[in-house]
Design a protein around this ligand. Structure first.
Ligand code: HEC
Ligand code: HEC
Length: 200
């Protein structure tokens, strides 16, 4: 009886321990793979040709979120032909490593949380998860501050029309007023945060 209880405790402990490991990649190991991403993510203002919107900034993005995003492309939950092609060949470990590398490249603002953003009423509801200043409060949730406006707008529209499926954001996006979509995108884009990935 005693032994069984201990085994159960151990199992529980392992489940909890397994969670932080989600974002524990090796940034150094992810560097080489990271270079292949720079052809698009490392060029300031680079655009997805059709439909036209800017390729998202990854510098300073939360590692845990990058892992979820890459696995989403790999499994087909997120559809984008190029990103699916990139992610398909990556192992879980490679995904963790490249995420750790890219997340390590953001500047001070992303790391420290930056200054409090000017108030913007439609963004009040977003702060619980994306932070007071657009810098996410949880490793699994994306930072929005400094992201490209056109990419933010596109993702909000995709959550709304269901072409990007996510239970949490689907519910959030459904209640945003139509005229607030471009305003929210422009607001978060104006905050200091994410950066285009650069190598020195
Ligand atoms: C040919 C250009 C191209 C290359 C190369 C590329 N990406 Fe992307 N990436 C994109 C585009 C475009 C998007 C936006 C896709 C969408 O709309 O879902 C994107 C989206 C992403 C996202 C989601 C970001 C977010 O905020 O949700 C991640 C993470 C990502 N890429 C990581 C990588 C990694 C890691 C590599 C290298 C292994 C890489 N990409 C290589 C073009 C590229
Ligand atoms: C309960 C938590 C929560 C709230 C509140 C919330 N979000 Fe999100 N948001 C998320 C999560 C989780 C994701 C990642 C979903 C995914 O994997 O596609 C996300 C993703 C996004 C993205 C895509 C970012 C990227 O890099 O691809 C945008 C844009 C966004 N949210 C905007 C908003 C806005 C604007 C609001 C307020 C109106 C808001 N969110 C409120 C949790 C939240």
């Amino acid at each position: 009886m005693k032994i069984a209880a201990n085994a159960a405790t151990l199992l529980l402990a392992m489940v909890f321990l397994a969670q932080p490991a989600l974002a524990e990649g090796d940034a150094e190991a992810g560097k080489e793979l990271g270079y292949t991403c720079l052809g698009c993510h490392g060029i300031e203002g680079y655009r997805n040709a059709y439909p036209s919107y800017r390729v998202p900034k990854l510098g300073g993005q939360k590692a845990g979120y990058l892992v979820i995003a890459l696995k989403g492309y790999r499994s087909g939950e997120r559809s984008h032909p190029t990103m699916q092609a990139q992610a398909t060949s990556m192992s879980d470990q490679e995904i963790e490593d490249v995420a750790a590398y890219l997340a390590s490249l953001g500047g001070e603002t992303v790391a420290s949380g930056g200054e409090k953003a000017p108030p913007f009423e439609p963004a009040t509801a977003c702060a619980a998860c994306h932070g007071q200043n657009g810098i996410s409060v949880n490793a699994q949730w994306p930072t929005l501050a400094g992201q490209y406006e056109s990419y933010l707008e596109r993702s909000l529209r995709q959550y709304r029309d269901g072409s990007r499926a996510n239970a949490i954001m689907g519910a959030q996006a459904a209640i945003i007023a139509e005229e607030d979509i471009p305003r929210l995108a422009s607001y978060f884009a104006s905050l200091e945060g994410l950066e285009t990935t650069k190598v020195d």
